[in-house]
Design a binder for this molecule. Structure first.
Ligand SMILES: *Cc1c(COP(=O)(O)O)cnc(C)c1O
Length: 402
């Protein structure tokens, strides 16, 4: 029996749904490189990205995905042989670490537990031992999309300050930006790494980097080979230099519309919406999990991501099969388990251009798939999600206080 018709649901933690308004803004002709119709829009995007990242620092936009933005960040502030500290948060800290190694940085990890956030006290303890100041940078993942866990950036900043350590602080907020509060300047972050295709509601294809004054200073002495990524070229006056060549014009028009939508909704409202939808998803998983086969990976409720919920499956339950059947039979795309979690977890994203009924659709698809595959679960997950949203709507805020 086939019930495949209508729209596909996309609940992967990148890419996410692209609103029609953004698609329509991109559906236009390309322009002369220096046409004012493009330049004005592009300049406004560089200015307005600062409001989302909450920084007075310098913004760089790359025709790249998040990995490109990672490389841009590393190549601009470090020299080969520099030591960087990478506290393990999950698969994404491991991947950034591997990239740093490939770029000839010396990489030191702090082993982490994929079910908890980065521990500020572990960072502080390691930095206190570094009397000679050998550690040049600290690389953090804000929300590790593999684990569905968000680390407490102000607490980690406070730990670095308590150790009195001068290392640069680089944060990957690819999966968190536009889902939860982020304050680059207030939190003393030197380099922010983002991308277009998650909470920012655009297609994949724009890498976003922001640099503090301290990062721009470090850049001047950083000798890692670079050209396409180089901030120096991108800070020259001619606007096309900001893209080291032809701008990805239609992506920029899309970004303008996505920024308009975020500001119209209001960032606080955007975060509140994510918080309610995260709570609804968690409510559903808690119910399904009563049968013992499924559990939320993030054991500490206050560390749970607002944008993605990672669900572990019990031994003997193939999470990849669940994900593939859900996609191919129920037309709903879920995230798979990454790294250590391959086949042992799946992820429901609730980030970006999504509302409650879209989430109910996805949760319903998961519940149907669980039944179809005879995966033990208590029924009533959808009802719990609906009730969570109803209660949040009535009280003006979700019952979960993060
Ligand atoms: C998605 C993601 C990335 C990588 O983005 P790509 O665009 O796929 O290169 C990096 N970091 C985190 C935390 C992510 O979630």
């Amino acid at each position: 029996m086939s019930i495949k018709r209508g729209r596909k649901f996309l609940n992967t933690p990148g890419p996410t749904n692209v609103p029609d308004r953004v698609l329509n803004a991109m559906h236009r002709s390309t322009l002369d490189l220096s046409d004012p119709d493009f330049l004005d829009v592009s300049k406004s995007c560089f200015l307005d990205m600062r409001k989302v990242i909450r920084t007075k620092g310098e913004i760089f936009l790359y025709a790249s995905n998040g990995h490109g933005a990672w490389e841009a960040a590393l190549a601009n502030v470090f020299s080969p042989g520099d030591t960087v500290l990478v506290p393990e948060s999950g698969n994404f800290s491991n991947a950034w670490k591997a990239m740093a190694e490939a770029l000839h940085l010396k990489v030191e990890g702090i082993p982490g537990d994929w079910s908890r956030a980065i521990r500020p006290e572990a960072v502080e303890a390691r930095l206190k031992q570094d009397k000679k100041g050998e550690i040049k940078g600290i690389l953090l993942i804000h929300t590790d999309t593999a684990t569905g866990i968000t680390s407490d950036l102000p607490a980690i900043r406070a730990a670095i300050d308590a150790a009195g350590h001068p290392a640069l602080l680089l944060v990957d907020t690819v999966a968190a930006l536009g889902t939860v509060d982020y304050r680059m300047d207030e939190w003393g972050i030197d380099v922010t790494v983002g991308a277009s295709q998650k909470g920012m509601m655009m297609p994949p294809g724009l890498g976003i980097v922001a640099a503090s004054d301290k990062a721009l200073e470090a850049h001047k002495n950083a000798t890692m080979p670079r050209h396409y990524w180089d901030w120096k070229i991108r800070m020259e006056a001619a606007h096309y230099r900001k893209f080291c060549g032809t701008a990805p014009q239609l992506m920029v028009f899309g970004m303008r519309e996505a920024l308009n939508m975020l500001f119209e909704e209001g960032l606080e409202t955007v975060f509140e919406r994510h918080r309610v939808l995260a709570g609804a998803t968690q409510a559903a998983v808690e119910i399904w999990g009563q049968a013992g086969a499924l559990s939320i990976n993030a054991v500490e409720p206050k560390e749970r991501s607002m944008g993605v919920t990672t669900i572990r499956t019990a031994v003997g339950i193939d999470a990849n099969e669940l994900r593939i059947v859900c996609r191919d039979e129920m037309m709903t795309g879920l995230g798979g388990g990454l790294g250590l979690f391959d086949g042992k977890a799946f992820r429901i994203a609730h980030m970006g251009d999504i509302n409650a009924p879209m989430l109910y659709g996805a949760l319903g698809a998961v519940e149907s798939t669980l039944g179809y595959l005879n995966i033990p679960h208590a029924s009533g997950g959808i009802t719990a999600a609906v009730e969570h949203v109803t209660k949040a709507k009535k009280t003006g805020s979700g019952p979960f206080t993060y």
